[in-house]
Design a protein. Structure first.
Length: 149
């Protein structure tokens, strides 16, 4: 008995309709964009969330050191540095959104530009939300002593 891999006749005899319509394949090839632009879009969407996660872990890990060494000023400084880092993916998304929106067609008429505009706008909103989250997590250090037990 032959397995599926060894059986004959599993080749694609005629192209699938989705392949002919351009629905299957890489985004870069289908839309005629560069992989670098797609990378920038994904950095815009996921970058601020990653910065927030690293900031949260770093801030928690620094509290014992800041309390034992007396360098409490480092906690808001770290939050400020990560706040600036969380804004960078938003700026990348803003630049992409501005470039893609030139000569804009309506959303129904555009095939690939609509996805790029959506991802760029999502990246800007993600950056704003995660920047506010970093700010909200950095503010309590000014009102509550982090070394209280």
């Amino acid at each position: 008995m032959k397995t599926e891999i060894e059986q004959e006749g599993w080749e694609e005899k005629e192209p699938l309709p989705a392949r002919e319509d351009g629905l299957i394949g890489s985004e870069s090839k289908t839309e005629g964009t560069s992989p670098r632009e797609n990378l920038r879009l994904w950095i815009g969407v996921l970058g601020s969330a990653l910065v927030w996660a690293v900031q949260l872990q770093t801030s928690y890990a620094m509290v014992p050191w800041a309390c034992s060494s007396g360098h409490r000023w480092m906690l808001p400084a770290v939050s400020l540095a990560f706040l600036v880092a969380a804004a960078i993916p938003g700026l990348i998304s803003f630049n992409l959104w501005r470039r893609v929106s030139r000569g804009r067609m309506t959303e129904r008429e555009s095939r690939g530009a609509g996805r790029r505009r959506f991802m760029a706008m999502l990246g800007m909103m993600d950056s704003a939300i995660f920047s506010l989250l970093i700010l909200a997590q950095g503010l309590p250090v000014f009102f509550i002593h982090p070394c209280l037990e």
